[in-house]
Design a protein around this ligand. Structure first.
Ligand SMILES: Cc1cc2nc3c(=O)[nH]c(=O)nc-3n(C[C@H](O)[C@H](O)[C@H](O)COP(=O)(O)OP(=O)(O)OC[C@H]3O[C@@H](n4cnc5c(N)ncnc54)[C@H](O)[C@@H]3O)c2cc1C
Length: 488
């Protein structure tokens, strides 16, 4: 069919679809640990650099390059060994023992140490140059990844306009032994009330999502007093609130903040006495998305043994919306609360409508009844989500490629992140990141999770005999090359 359609075919053993953080981590492992040459790998992506989507999402959700990210030095996406850690690097760069002191005292006497976003991105940029990432990148939109009759896969790409100079065709096919998918989030999740209001009023200006560019809201609120309703209790909600409060304290904005929690936590909570997390003022506090043992301790080991409902039950037990307790934003929130211009509400938005005066009214329903609040803006911080079937490549795999869903509805992957039911002769199709969430490894959509998942993927490829297995001697030599920045 490919030949009949006149589509040019390129042969390459390994194709990674996505080109974001997941693809970067995977090809970094393959290049560094697996010893695979750049010519044997192609990354098919609509991005021009791997941190592009991540940087966009962090920037709009109020985490600029100068701020600290949520995760710690347990993973460095630019460094397989995680050594030296970000804290050691920062101590050297700033000639200060403060970051090391913080690591020593965390989490009891100090907040968890986490690196500044700019440091993380600069490290990835350096590593991308070192492993010749650009030589592997082919820009465009991937249409489908399908099994080939003779084994392996065809991945069909519509090249981007600038790529057409090199690939003069509107469709090209990559014929590969293996395919790796890391296509990120299927989309923004708009709760039905917001969706309805935005569609009815054609208003994408006053009702926004924390994961889309909404700088205009802060600008307008700095110019004119107004009321903003922030919904959510996660890390993005805390960052958005911190920004609103800082704008009021430092730039003289006269913003009134209504903050809507669906579930309000006034103290520590959890399913068992030995599995509790602190909570206060509505928030549930946790350093990372999951307890740390979900990445490499007892929770990971337990999850590896669970199927179906039992797995879902454990996901529910350890999951939930949380935010890290950081002294600086808790202090800002305390100031706002004490000054009377921050008010916490509990419930859900029953309705959003325009008032007679042309403003907006939010009807909030809670245990005490339904109340109306005039608001100027709504910032919804409830998340990125979406059905995997909405993504064209994943949807096609579910319909035609033999893939199935896991108990949480995402792609069903086995313990080596191979998508079950998609093997093709000697070829394997792997998925990491959000698409594989709900499998045996809950942390799969984080930097550390992507790195751990990739170890399993590359380990599987090595077992199948298609790349090196990195032993201790090679590891030391390759680490030294990393330290000295030697291009490979
Ligand atoms: C605000 C925010 C903060 C976060 N903070 C942290 C943190 O502190 N620590 C941590 O560990 N994790 C954090 N994460 C999670 C982390 O960003 C993700 O785990 C990681 O980016 C997932 O990588 P990915 O490759 O799966 O997705 P992405 O990095 O999004 O890359 C996937 C890309 O694939 C491309 N693509 C999709 N479909 C196609 C197609 N058909 N053709 C071509 N290209 C396609 C898209 O451009 C997409 O962006 C954060 C996430 C967010 C949103």
């Amino acid at each position: 069919m490919v030949a009949r359609a006149g589509i040019p075919v390129y042969d390459v053993p390994f194709v990674s679809v996505g080109g974001g953080m997941g693809s970067f981590v995977t090809v970094d492992y393959l290049r560094v640990a697996g010893g695979v040459p750049a010519s044997d790998i192609r990354v098919l992506s609509n991005l021009s650099h791997p941190w592009q989507t991540y940087e966009y999402l962090t920037r709009v959700s109020q985490l600029p390059r100068s701020k600290r990210i949520r995760s710690d030095s347990a993973s460095r996406p630019d460094n397989l060994w995680g050594f030296p850690s970000y804290a050691v690097q920062e101590a050297f760069q700033t000639r200060s023992l403060k970051p090391l002191g913080q690591v020593f005292l965390e989490p009891v006497l100090a907040d968890f140490y986490t690196p500044v976003l700019g440091t993380v991105l600069d490290g990835i940029k350096r590593e991308a140059q070192r492993i010749r990432y650009d030589e592997m990148l082919v820009r465009g939109e991937v249409q489908v990844a399908r099994r080939r009759v003779g084994g392996g896969y065809f991945t069909l790409l519509s090249p981007a306009a600038d790529e057409r100079k090199v690939v003069p065709s509107d469709q090209v096919a990559f014929r590969s032994r293996d395919v790796h998918l890391a296509v990120g989030y299927p989309g923004l999740r708009f709760l039905p009330d917001m969706q309805a209001f935005r569609a009815r009023m054609n208003d994408f200006h006053h009702v926004v999502n924390g994961y889309e560019d909404h700088e205009h809201v802060y600008e307008a609120l700095r110019r004119r007093p107004g009321t903003v309703l922030v919904r959510g209790g996660g890390v993005v909600a805390s960052a958005v609130l911190h920004r609103l409060i800082t704008d009021r304290i430092e730039s003289g904005a006269q913003t009134r903040i209504l903050h809507l929690f669906r579930t309000y936590f006034s103290g520590s909570h959890g399913p068992h006495p030995w599995a509790r997390r602190p909570g206060r003022d509505g928030w549930a506090y946790q350093g990372f998305n999951y307890p740390k043992s979900a990445w490499g301790g007892q929770l990971r080991a337990r999850m590896l043994r669970l199927e179906g409902h039992d797995r879902v039950r454990l996901y529910n037990e350890i999951g939930g919306t949380t935010t890290p307790s950081r002294r600086h934003w808790r202090a800002a929130l305390r100031t706002a609360r004490d000054s009377g211009w921050y008010q916490a509400l509990v419930g859900t938005i029953a309705d959003l409508r325009l008032s007679e005066s042309g403003g907006m009214v939010a009807r909030v329903g809670g245990n005490d009844g339904v109340f109306e609040f005039p608001v100027d803006y709504v910032i919804d911080c409830t998340g990125l989500d979406g059905d995997v079937a909405e993504h064209r490549v994943l949807g096609d795999l579910l319909r035609h490629g033999g893939a199935g869903r896991n108990p949480l509805g995402r792609l069903d992957v086995d313990r080596t992140f191979e998508v079950r039911g998609t093997a093709s002769g000697v070829g394997r199709l792997y998925a990491t990141g959000a698409a594989a969430y709900g499998g045996y490894f809950p942390g799969v959509d984080t930097f550390l999770g992507l790195q751990l998942a990739t170890q399993d993927v590359v380990g599987d490829i090595a077992r199948r005999g298609y790349c090196d297995h990195m032993g201790p001697v090679r590891s030391v030599i390759r680490w030294w090359k990393w330290v000295t920045g030697k291009q490979i």
